[in-house]
Design a protein around this ligand. Structure first.
Ligand SMILES: *[C@@H]1O[C@H](CO)[C@@H](O)[C@H](O)[C@H]1NC(C)=O
Ligand SMILES: *[C@@H]1O[C@H](CO)[C@@H](O)[C@H](O)[C@H]1NC(C)=O
Ligand SMILES: *[C@@H]1O[C@H](CO)[C@@H](O)[C@H](O)[C@H]1NC(C)=O
Ligand SMILES: *[C@@H]1O[C@H](CO)[C@@H](O)[C@H](O)[C@H]1NC(C)=O
Ligand SMILES: *[C@@H]1O[C@H](CO)[C@@H](O)[C@H](O)[C@H]1NC(C)=O
Ligand SMILES: *[C@@H]1O[C@H](CO)[C@@H](O)[C@H](O)[C@H]1NC(C)=O
Length: 546
């Protein structure tokens, strides 16, 4: 029985490394994607109403502007992280003397935490903490050609690396939206965003971000069911995301049936999926079996093992619907396959499946099943109410999300026929019907993924394993003590009649003295060391397109 010496360090090591799991992946660099689809670009509607305009870069990045000490920065709007960083010049910024390293898809954002006066929309924050990246050579691509100069994290404050590093007694190191809400500049503490679809002639709105107000055209979002954030269990505060539960069997696949894939998250109804809303992901991340159920029955679809995603004929219409709070959220067929990221193989052009198997963003701790990125978010106007996550705020209610469907399947179908099929509806032709479920193609799991899944299974049951181990230790110790007592009693009895035994034999606790980590799998040791300096959201670089 090596239970305590093997399993316990393994659990601790896994926990340590899991806290620093790669959380997200991005598309490749903006300029690469730009060059991919420049030909298909079209101007988007520009009748912005109340909020901050959001710029859509080819459906792969959504950007907004803010200023720091008067200088304007265009930043990625990211609900999946909580830190602000910019690369460039912020005049007279105050260096707080703490260096921070944030890993992203484009590389590592290294720099010192600074503070400056920030404006975002109508709001001004004094001494906003942010990472000032002075050397962009750590980025893996030529940052100077990117459409943005930084990233604004809109996620829960507890996930902020700056917040944890600066450890201010006041709120001064809190993330941007928390500072705005704490500053009593608003009467309520919610944000909303509307992400438009590039290359969609029929869409009637432009991208827009609002703080404490809703876009009038979609004001009925406030009547939508409230999806509470706290429904979702998290193990540590740092792992708190804007995560909500789907309904039971939360996704309807292209054949019109529920995709019956259960949750891997312990302590939730196993038919519901835990879904993180993350505007920083170009492609949504779903369980591999779900991605296969969506694309694996398409005639002519191929799985790209290098980029870990499905490629399919661009004229294949796929209807997929998500379900939240009893409301249907149809995904536009222009979003289930992306023509913005295409490849050509043996003379055939393939579009890209935008519901990608979750691999690098895999939740080792089993905290979420799905990451809803841009391919989902274009289909739902999104409201996130920060509630009592804002300290000392006026809002004591639990945080929640409201989603308003933006896509109607019938008009989306007409749109697809127009955009992808030049107006000729071939979606019903024999070559476009799905092959029977029994002939579905399954994408291969990588060795790393198999290992991660095995570890996740252990982690899922770790409370039981831990209790089992503790019980084992307690019982073993009890037995040993009892055995020692008995032995000593015998020895005393023996001593009374003869001579005593050597000391070493009296305290032979053989099976317990070797509690070193020598039994720890080597891979885990390596992981512990190599990830020690990473923030809890490390953005793993993943190249799409080519
Ligand atoms: C700024 O405030 C005004 C007045 O409340 C509002 O009409 C406008 O939409 C706000 N602008 C932004 C960008 O939030
Ligand atoms: C950001 O500011 C720049 C320069 O002022 C401007 O050209 C650009 O259109 C703005 N972008 C957005 C998304 O508002
Ligand atoms: C920076 O601060 C100095 C000294 O306070 C001041 O003279 C200068 O104008 C400031 N520069 C900017 C760009 O605000
Ligand atoms: C925005 O512009 C589009 C196209 O010009 C139009 O159809 C739509 O009604 C406008 N929306 C609003 C809210 O004005
Ligand atoms: C919300 O309002 C929009 C635009 O007025 C309308 O198309 C939609 O059906 C409404 N949705 C709900 C759920 O009331
Ligand atoms: C997708 O849904 C629309 C609207 O219900 C329907 O007209 C179209 O045939 C569907 N397409 C496929 C491939 O199922």
């Amino acid at each position: 029985m090596r239970c305590p010496s093997l399993v316990l360090p393994f659990i601790l090591a896994s926990l340590a490394s899991a806290l620093r799991i790669p959380f997200r992946t991005y598309s490749s660099t903006a300029h690469e994607l730009l060059s991919l689809s420049r030909s298909t670009r079209r101007a988007t509607a520009s009748n912005v109403t109340v909020g901050l305009p959001i710029k859509n870069v080819n459906n792969v990045e959504y950007l907004g502007n803010l200023t720091l000490n008067g200088n304007t920065f265009t930043v990625i709007l990211d609900t999946g992280s909580a830190d602000l960083w910019v690369a460039g010049n912020v005049p007279n910024a105050t260096d707080l003397g703490k260096s921070v390293s944030l890993s992203y898809a484009i590389g590592t954002a290294n720099g010192n935490v600074h503070s400056a006066t920030l404006t975002f929309g109508n709001y001004t924050v004094q001494n906003q903490a942010f990472v000032l990246v002075q050397d962009t050579s750590a980025f893996s691509s030529d940052f100077s050609t990117a459409a943005y100069q930084g990233l604004l994290g809109l996620g829960p404050n507890t996930g902020s690396v700056i917040y944890r590093k600066v450890d201010a007694s006041d709120n001064s190191a809190d993330s941007t939206l928390f500072r705005i809400f704490e500053g009593s500049q608003t009467t309520s503490d919610y944000i909303t965003f509307l992400l438009n679809r590039a290359n969609d002639a029929q869409e009637s709105f432009a991208g827009e971000f609002t703080i404490a107000e809703v876009v009038p055209q979609f004001s009925n979002i406030t009547n939508q069911p409230k999806l509470t954030i706290k429904d979702v269990p998290t193990l540590t505060d740092a792992d708190q995301h804007w995560a909500v539960l789907t309904d039971g069997w939360g996704v309807t696949g292209p054949d019109g049936n529920f995709i019956q894939i259960g949750s891997s998250v312990p302590r939730v109804d196993s038919k519901k999926l835990v879904a993180v809303l993350d505007s920083g992901f170009t492609f949504s991340q779903v369980p591999r079996d779900m991605s296969d159920a969506i694309y694996g029955r398409v005639q002519g679809a191929i799985y790209d093992t290098t980029n870990e995603l499905w490629r399919l004929p661009c004229d294949q219409e796929l209807n997929v619907t998500f379900h939240f709070g009893g409301v249907d959220f149809p995904i536009h067929p222009l979003d289930t396959s992306s023509s913005d990221i295409q490849i050509t193989k043996a003379g055939v052009t393939y579009c890209t499946g935008t519901f990608q198997p979750i691999t690098t963003a895999f939740s080792l701790l089993g905290e979420y099943d799905v990451i809803l990125g841009m391919s989902f978010l274009r289909n739902a106007y999104t409201l996130i109410d920060f509630g009592n996550f804002v300290k000392g705020g006026k809002d004591s209610s639990d945080p929640f999300v409201q989603l308003l469907p933006l896509t109607s399947q019938a008009s989306a179908h007409a749109d697809f026929v127009q955009s992808r099929l030049s107006g000729v509806d071939t979606t019903g032709s024999a070559s476009k019907t799905l092959v029977p479920a029994s002939q579905e193609s399954h994408s291969p799991q990588s060795a790393a993924e198999i290992k991660a899944h095995r570890e996740q299974k252990i982690l899922k049951y770790w409370p039981y394993i831990l209790v089992g181990c503790l019980a084992f230790v307690v019982i073993s110790l009890g037995l040993c003590i009892w055995a020692c007592c008995m032995r000593r009693k015998r020895q005393r009895a023996a001593a009374r009649t003869a001579k005593s035994l050597p000391l070493s034999q009296q305290y032979n606790l053989g099976s317990f003295h070797n509690l070193s980590d020598s039994a720890l799998p080597a891979a885990h040791k390596g992981q512990m060391e190599s990830t020690d300096n990473l923030p809890s959201y490390s953005y793993s670089y993943k190249q799409y397109g080519q």
